[in-house]
Ligand binder design. Structure first.
Ligand code: UT7
Length: 333
């Protein structure tokens, strides 16, 4: 029997604090108008001090597990994606594992930034199809708001990012029923590391953490926004086309496109490039900002729970981010 991976449960969790554009304009030189026009963002969620990405991830995971109708103890592997781990090491996979009471099972952290969920999904898909594991938790979680530069130097990024977590449960199913993950395509270009990065802490520095830590000296994320934008609108359509071509599908057959929510202008330009009607593009960045690795599983869960994505629909996911990394996944829901 040929096996395919199906998503049997989805969940997400957002920290309760909602931050408006006006609240950001009160602490730096920006405006509601600029943020809406340049990014489409109206609000985002910020986690409270003391809350880390593993906390958000564990809650999203609990919701996905409940949605799948399984017991936490049935999960036999975890793949976690984040760029904002609670600690420099270890990653959040083991922390979520312990939080769920799943001591003993393997927990892998993926570090591919905004494309993290797609890489995590792809890894987990291989394990399911090779019958290595039967119930995998893929979870992506971010707390970006605790380390953004809220001075004018960092306002381009500080207004974009939000906190949140999304999770899915993957299980095997007989391929003949047509449902499941049809393909994943992953790409990267490591020559562009410095276009979107956080330079420090760095193992190149000795000591890695300077005794007198000046946060502005490399400890905030920085990006070349224009170059990231330009590459995002080029690479996401390429990745989507690669996925569709692989499956002998056309853009007309796609029911829902879920692009990583980086900037609403990017999502709209990706739709335009692909000639897919904007009604088929799932967009929630207005409410949530850019939640990096978590944006796709959050959008997926919202779309499934609201009934927008229905059984049998063709769903295409695509992401682009730091690295650069990018990719796509084609899923028959
Ligand atoms: O998840 C993947 C990672 N991130 C992305 O994909 C983001 C990609 N990039 C972008 O979304 C856009 O480049 C931004 C939203 C960051 C910026 O939009 P833009 O249209 O490319 O603006 P810009 O960089 O050309 O900046 C225009 C002006 C600049 O001022 P000057 O030099 O023209 O005087 C910036 O200093 O806007 C200024 N600016 C701001 N003004 C008010 C930058 N950030 C802000 C801000 N509020 N928050």
């Amino acid at each position: 029997m040929s096996i395919r991976t199906v998503i049997t449960g989805t969940g997400h969790y957002l920290p309760p604090d909602v931050v408006t554009n006006d609240a950001l304009a009160a602490i730096m030189d920006t405006s509601d108008e600029w943020i809406r026009q340049r990014s489409g963002i109206v609000t985002r969620h910020h986690a409270a001090a003391g809350v880390g990405s593993s906390d958000l991830g564990a809650e999203a995971a609990r919701r996905a597990i409940a949605d799948a109708g399984i017991q936490p103890s049935e999960v036999d592997f975890i793949v976690a994606a984040t760029i904002s781990p609670d600690y420099y090491f270890p990653g959040i996979g083991v922390m979520i594992q312990a939080e769920l009471g799943l001591e003993g099972i393997g927990a892998l952290d993926v570090r591919t930034q905004c494309t993290g969920f797609l890489y995590a999904l792809s890894v987990a898909d291989q394990y399911i199809r090779t019958r290595t594991f039967r119930k995998i938790l893929v979870v992506a979680a971010e707390v970006q708001s605790h380390n953004l530069d809220y001075s004018n130097d960092g306002r381009d990024m500080a207004v974009l990012f939000g906190d949140g977590a999304g999770a899915v449960i993957l299980e095997p199913a007989e391929a003949s029923n047509g449902r499941g993950v049809l393909s994943t395509h992953l790409f990267a270009d490591g020559r562009r590391v410095t276009d979107l990065w956080m330079r420090r802490p760095s193992s190149k520095d000795k000591p890695t953490f300077p005794p007198a830590l000046d946060a502005s000296d490399g400890f905030y994320p920085r990006m070349d926004g224009k170059n990231v934008f330009k590459n995002a609108v080029e690479k996401m359509p390429e990745a989507v086309r690669a996925g569709l071509r692989h499956n002998g599908l056309t853009i007309e057959q796609v029911d829902h496109l879920i692009p990583h929510q980086a900037n609403d202008r990017i999502s709209l330009m990706v739709a335009h490039q692909l000639k897919i009607p904007v009604e088929k593009v799932i967009r929630n960045i207005d409410r949530l900002g850019n939640t990096t690795a978590a944006s796709i599983p959050i959008a997926l869960d919202e779309a499934v729970k609201s009934g927008r994505i229905k059984s049998g629909d063709l769903v295409v996911l695509t992401a682009f981010g730091s690295g650069f990394t990018w990719g796509s996944a084609v899923i028959r829901w």
